[in-house]
Write a protein that binds this ligand. Structure first.
Ligand SMILES: Nc1nc2c(ncn2[C@@H]2O[C@H](COP(=O)(O)OP(=O)(O)OP(=O)(O)O)[C@@H](O)[C@H]2O)c(=O)[nH]1
Ligand SMILES: [Mg+2]
Length: 410
């Protein structure tokens, strides 16, 4: 693997450590790093998807997990009423993240209070209320009850692809005229947005927010905005978990994941050099290789470069997994990320970076010298993991492009 991190990027990456150490004592920063560095294993996230029967809840759960409806382990979907009790679906690679497919409502005498009690309300971090047409009084009753219990909810209007299609047909839009198609789509979306807003206002919501989505393409319409809004309203750790675990739909999601991982890497590097102290042969310093290995595996999972995520993506886009793998240049398959592999990379990183990396880090943040190995173990581990991350980002971008590109001819 070639060095991908320059001294300039190294300084930029170190800025967050510096800011933390400028604000708090070293011990406090180190303890916080310890607590936060394992967030992918410690932080739970339970997302409740609710709404009337047939609104598209189960389909949305599958889309959030990056899955097709007929994939193994996917939520059952269909035109008949399918989900009767809360169903738990773990994230395919981060099992502490759960998507809860709640039963549909919409029969007579709906009591939001009873419904929430029945679905074990308190265990969810936030709720997504889906409607496929107009929102009803039941939706707003539920939202009010969720609010009363001091939790957040988001109104989502699903199946907008159908509305767009219907409008195009009724207006006889020429599908070959891209400009006309885009204009027509924009008009339809504006109308649905206004209609949903007015509809919820009439039901008593003072300033409703509605996000328009299609389960068939989460990179489109309001899904990116929904994701951003939810992230902003979570606390820092849950936000990072959310960013790390959602499938990659756009280049922007890769960018956000990168930032979240950069913030995790310095914590991991710090912990690995504070607690483990396992000497690395041929190096003058030690670090906890197990932490280093698991961080590299996490990076693969976060960027969808592990075996499971690649298989799920291949199935979703209908391409052979080998075709997606063929564009991965730098990141090894997770099975190959072993202690030996990590040690080898560390040794090579120490060689490339040699004195420069350690010097830059120590000049910038002299306090790092108090870590094991006089700072060199931190600097080298930090450098190596950031290098691994830079390369994973490049690979993830290529996989995204390949997944979106035309299918190979047989
Ligand atoms: N075109 C389109 N169809 C969708 C979308 N979301 C769901 N559907 C379809 O709508 C139907 C109902 O979807 P489900 O996901 O089963 O709905 P549900 O809310 O889970 O239904 P219950 O479990 O019965 O309450 C299925 O045929 C889906 O394929 C969407 O965004 N676009
Ligand atoms: Mg369902």
């Amino acid at each position: 693997m070639d060095p991908a991190v320059t001294i300039e990027t190294l300084k930029k990456d170190l800025a967050e450590v510096k800011a933390a150490l400028d604000q708090k004592k070293f011990e406090a920063v180190s303890a916080e790093a310890q607590h936060q560095s394992n967030l992918l294993n410690n932080i739970t996230l339970a997302i409740a998807i609710t709404g009337r029967s047939g609104a598209g809840k189960s389909s949305f759960v599958n889309a959030l997990r990056g899955m097709e409806d007929d994939a193994e382990g996917a939520a059952e979907t269909g035109v008949t009423e399918t989900t009767m009790v809360p169903q738990e679906y773990s994230h395919p690679t981060f099992p502490k993240v759960k998507f809860w497919d709640l039963p549909g409502f919409g029969k007579d005498n709906f009591s939001a209070k009873e419904y929430l009690k029945k679905v074990n309300f308190s265990k969810y971090d936030f709720f997504i209320i889906i409607a496929s047409g107009r929102f009803t009084e039941d939706d707003t009753k539920l939202a009010l009850e969720i609010c009363k219990n001091k939790k957040k909810f988001y109104y989502v209007r699903s199946k907008v692809d159908i509305d767009i299609d219907n409008d195009r047909r009724s207006k006889r839009i020429d599908v070959k005229d891209t400009h006309e198609m885009i204009q027509s789509e924009k008009k339809t979306l504006d109308i649905i947005q206004k209609e949903s807003y007015d509809n919820l206002k009439a039901l008593g919501e003072s300033s409703p927010r509605v996000f328009l989505i299609s389960r068939w393409d989460l990179s489109k319409y309001d899904f990116p905005l929904l994701q951003e809004t939810i992230e902003k309203e979570q606390d820092e750790l849950k936000r990072d978990v959310l960013i790390m675990c959602l499938p990659i739909f756009t280049k922007d999601s890769i960018k956000k994941k990168k930032a979240a991982m950069e913030s995790l890497i310095w914590k991991k590097a710090m912990v690995s050099c504070t607690v483990g102290l396992i000497p690395v042969p041929f190096l003058s310093f030690g670090c906890d290789i197990a932490i280093v290995v698991s961080t590299m595996r996490d990076i693969c999972k976060v960027f969808g470069l592990d075996e499971d995520s690649l298989n799920i993506l291949a199935n979703r886009v209908g391409k052979p997994v080998e075709e997606l793998k063929s564009v991965i240049e730098h990141t090894p398959s997770t099975g190959k990320i072993t202690t030996e592999f990590a040690m080898d990379l560390l040794k090579r990183s120490a060689l490339w970076g040699a004195i420069t990396v350690v010097e830059v880090a120590l000049n910038f943040i002299p306090l790092l010298g108090s870590l094991f190995g006089g700072g060199s173990s931190f600097a080298t581990t930090f450098y190596m993991l950031n290098n691994f991350l830079e390369n994973a980002v490049k690979d993830a971008e290529k996989v995204l492009a390949k997944a979106a590109g035309p299918k190979r001819r047989k």
